[in-house]
Write a protein that binds this ligand. Structure first.
Ligand code: AMP
Ligand code: GLY
Length: 421
């Protein structure tokens, strides 16, 4: 079968690499892919908002299954469009994607189905938001509704910081804002929890711990993710039961009550406070870089899982996992998440020797004339699977040092809360 993957990040390179292992796949096409996918698949540059053009290419290239990596095409309704054209697709519908597309949609679902989450208020003007601040305790969290590439969240220590955040959002920093969320600050430990669902049943799809801040010790600005490890150190049977019963199952029921269901990966961003899970946010896709740490631990053929999902037969598949842990370090362009240079060559990449449990997934790279160049903020993901995370991290750092890319930087402390010196 020919398969198409939508997206261009490290997550999509990992999806491509693990799908490629299946002997049921003939050819993979990536729309648009990156420097890493180009050695496994055909990369096709395309404007992902041009659904008609995508449809033409899918028919022309005889692609029988589309796997969507990032949130934007999901929120824009790519799944509904493809299904209407009788194309099999792995990913949630436009309505189900509101779980990520609108924080207010998710909060209202939490309220209706008593899903534990931070207390919140929704406000539709600067004035009403600021009046509410007078009743609040600090710190608190101000959030823009809608997709903001992880940037629409402000953790505010003071009244003044909160006021500035409210004004920035209503003044259009993340597009035309009609409503904002102000919520209670939760103090605990975060955990990324994944399930896969075919709309009929669901299965757990691993846990991970992301590191969102740009600097070591979780300091500095928020990013897309500087590194992760899997499984989360919080993973435990009792907690898992609570997450499934109190958060995941009522959410899937809520979607059913809206006459839709969830087909795809669902990523719950949780805060664990005194052993109780609270929902911070949903993402309607795999995490990036969490995906790059979870897939190397998967024993079962990824294609068979996804194929079973689109045919509503997930129930019949048994998911098996390797015992080993895995850790990912993201190599970024100096300056990220602010301004950084692009088109810088990654000269030594071809000389790096990878052993069996080592992976390099490309994110912001491009190949030109057989040479690899950076073209984004997060450039490469170094992933190592190992019995222990300390060895995994040391080995990932050795690999990055072998690359010796003068324009790059990375966090050397991924997993610092669990890896003892
Ligand atoms: P979000 O985009 O909603 O995941 O928020 C980005 C990050 O902000 C999260 O990963 C958390 O680290 C933090 N955050 C969001 N909401 C809260 C909250 N209510 N309490 C504490 N931290 C939060
Ligand atoms: N790593 C965070 C995300 O994928 O949203």
């Amino acid at each position: 079968m020919n398969v198409g993957i939508i997206g261009s990040g490290g997550r999509e390179h990992a999806l491509c690499a693990f799908l490629k292992k299946s002997d049921k796949i003939n050819k993979i096409y990536c729309f648009p892919g990156n420097g890493g996918t180009s050695s496994l698949a055909d990369n096709i540059k395309i404007d992902l908002s041009d659904f008609e053009k995508l449809k033409e290419l899918i028919f022309k290239l005889q692609i029988e299954l589309i796997v969507i990596g990032p949130e934007k095409p999901l929120v824009d309704g790519m799944v509904n469009f493809l299904e209407k054209n009788k194309i099999k697709v792995f990913g949630p519908s436009k309505i189900a994607s509101q779980l990520e597309g609108s924080k207010i949609f998710t909060k209202n679902l939490c309220k209706k189905y008593k899903i534990p989450t931070a207390n919140f208020g929704v406000f539709n003007s600067i004035e009403k938001s600021i009046i509410f601040l007078n009743e609040c305790k600090f710190p608190l969290v101000v959030k823009a509704d809608g997709l903001a590439a992880g940037k629409g969240v402000y953790i505010c220590e003071t009244y003044q910081e909160s006021k500035n955040a409210i004004e920035e959002i209503f003044n259009g920093k993340f597009g035309d804002a009609k409503e904002i969320l102000i919520e209670e600050f939760l103090k605990g430990e975060e955990m990324s929890f994944f399930i896969i669902s075919d709309g009929v049943s669901y299965k757990k799809f691993g846990t991970a711990q992301d590191h969102k801040r740009v600097l070591e010790g979780d300091q500095g600005k928020n990013t897309g993710g500087m590194g992760a490890y899997s499984p989360s150190r919080l993973e435990d049977k009792e907690l898992e039961k609570k997450i499934l019963k109190k958060i995941i199952e009522p959410t899937l029921q809520g979607l059913k009550d809206l006459k839709t269901n969830f087909n795809g990966f669902l990523y719950a961003g949780l805060m664990i406070v005194d052993n109780e899970p609270l929902l911070i946010e949903y993402n309607v896709r795999m995490g990036d870089p969490e995906c790059q740490t979870i897939l190397p631990r998967l024993k079962t053929d990824l294609f068979e899982i996804i194929d079973a999902c689109v045919n509503k037969k997930l129930e019949s598949i048994k998911l098996e996992w390797f015992e080993e842990k895995s850790l990912c370090i993201v190599l970024c362009s100096k300056g990220y998440p602010d301004k950084y240079d692009k088109n810088l060559e990654l000269k030594n990449i071809k000389n790096i020797k990878l052993e069996e449990n080592d992976y390099i997934f490309h994110a912001g790279t491009e190949i030109d004339n057989s040479k690899v160049y950076s073209n984004g903020g997060r450039v490469l993901n170094f992933v190592v699977k190992s019995k222990n995370l300390k060895d995994a991290r040391e080995h990932a750092i050795d690999l990055i040092n072998e690359l010796n890319w003068e324009n790059g930087f990375f966090r050397k402390d991924i997993g610092y809360k669990i890896i003892k010196a």
